[in-house]
Design a protein around this ligand. Structure first.
Ligand code: IMP
Length: 428
């Protein structure tokens, strides 16, 4: 099978919200096939084009590019109602991507019971809640692993699908009651999602077969990661993670293509760190400086609107993510948000019980005790929005980038200096 070295994978290397949407949007210009491989409507990719802000949750960012075929792969969990709303939003802006959108017949459906169970489980966990996006992601992947999920391909037989849908909701109602939550009105819920399912059905295809054919014709691919490596179900800060593999493994299992087709792996890193939801956060700034970063960086969830927790750049976590995923280059986003900081601490190691470590411990109890070891770098005061070359950046900003490259031993090839498509420095 022909390989195309121009293929690109974009992965978030922190806790999601790294600004992948903009990077993907810029790269999608040169891609013929854009593929989402995992996650679901928990993701929120914000893209600003011509001053108009678009937030994509399920649809690959390629939808905004007329020439790109967009694939929602088998590893994604699909909420038909959320998908319908997203398509409507695009239609109201004059963009109809349906003729170039393909949804895997192996992808699992997020059903009303999944959202209800997500909420009921969070309530039942009380103070120990994960802080999920309440989009039904965990319960849908649970059904997939338990082998009683419903897949998009089953929409080919409406009668059989309807029977399984009812059966699944009867069982889910028992689970909801056991969790102390009210059961769903099954018929009302089914009536509510049916129009969205009928709209989705014509888009369902054997996307793995389509991708294999496209590889054969030398088409250029872009694989679009969702969430971030530190939210990975295996390597993230478990159990405060999402329910899919957010790294390179998820790209392979969630698309149906082999590792040989992946091309360059681009890791997206925000110039500081944020996370939403619960869980340990070594570099957290639970103070006025954290609040200042949140306001300047507009750090409020694209999916839930929740304020994001903010902290300095954690290079231990980013290096861990680079090692796990064979990252070839870094896209550094939101560097402009650090403008005006008199000095910028960067976490270069962790200290655990007086011992210095350079990796992320698996045990939550250890991670909660870890202290950040900071290297302090000088800040800059100049606005970065008009910088178009590396040399045009202030010296302190260049030093910040060089320090990141030296520590990670991965080149920074792309720097975000503002929200717009053109507010970008590309280093050849
Ligand atoms: P879930 O994916 O909704 O189950 O949420 C699990 C954890 O992942 C929670 O801490 C969420 O806040 C977080 N999470 C899920 N999706 C995203 C995302 O796209 N960006 C940032 N955090 C996310």
């Amino acid at each position: 099978m022909a390989r195309n070295p121009g293929n690109k994978v974009v992965l978030g290397l922190q806790w999601g919200d790294e600004g992948k949407g903009k990077v993907i949007d810029v790269l999608a210009h040169h891609s013929e096939v854009v593929v989402r491989c995992q996650g679901g409507a928990n993701a929120g990719h914000t893209v600003v084009v011509g001053g108009r802000k678009t937030v994509l949750h399920l649809l690959p960012s390629g939808v905004l590019h007329e020439h790109a075929v967009c694939v929602i792969g088998n590893g994604v969990v699909i909420d038909p109602v959320a998908l319908g709303q997203e398509l409507d939003d695009l239609l109201s802006g004059g963009c109809d991507p349906t003729h170039r959108l393909k949804i895997s017949d192996r992808a699992h459906l997020v059903l009303p019971c999944h959202r209800a169970i997500d909420a009921a489980q969070e309530i039942a966990k009380g103070a120990g809640k994960v802080g999920t996006t309440l989009r039904g992601i965990g319960p849908c992947y649970t059904d997939k692993a338990a082998r009683h999920g419903l897949r998009c391909g089953e929409l080919a037989d409406w009668d059989a699908f309807g029977a399984r849908l009812r059966e699944r909701h009867v069982a889910a109602n028992a689970q909801l009651v056991a969790l102390g939550s009210p059961p769903l009105d099954i018929e009302a819920e089914i009536a509510r999602i049916m129009p969205a399912l009928r709209r989705l059905a014509p888009l369902v295809a054997d996307t793995a077969a389509f991708l294999h054919q496209s590889v054969g014709t030398g088409k250029q691919f872009l694989f679009e990661g969702a969430q971030g490596v530190m939210l990975d179900i295996d390597y993230g800060t478990y159990p405060f993670v999402t329910s899919s593999n957010t790294g390179i493994g998820g790209v392979i299992t969630g698309s149906g293509l082999s590792h040989k087709q992946l091309g360059e792996v681009i890791g997206v890193v925000k110039a500081y760190t944020t996370r939403v939801g619960s869980g340990p956060f070594v570099v957290e700034l639970d103070n006025a400086r954290g609040e200042a970063l949140r306001q300047r960086g507009r750090e409020f969830g694209a999916t839930t609107g929740r304020p994001r927790r903010c902290g300095w750049l954690d290079l231990v976590a980013v290096q861990f993510a680079c090692r796990l995923n064979g990252v070839d280059s870094i896209a550094l986003t939101k560097l402009d948000i650090l403008t005006g900081e008199p000095e910028i601490p960067v976490c270069v190691a962790y200290e655990l019980d007086g011992r210095r470590i350079d990796t992320v411990p698996a045990r939550l109890e250890d991670l909660a005790r870890v202290k950040a070891v900071y290297q302090i770098l000088p800040g800059w005061t100049e606005a970065l929005g008009s910088c178009r070359t590396f040399e045009a950046l202030p010296k302190a900003a260049r030093d910040y980038i060089r320090m990141i490259e030296t520590t990670l031993r991965v080149p920074v090839r792309w720097i975000g200096t503002g929200p717009g498509r053109d507010e970008t420095v590309v280093i050849p």
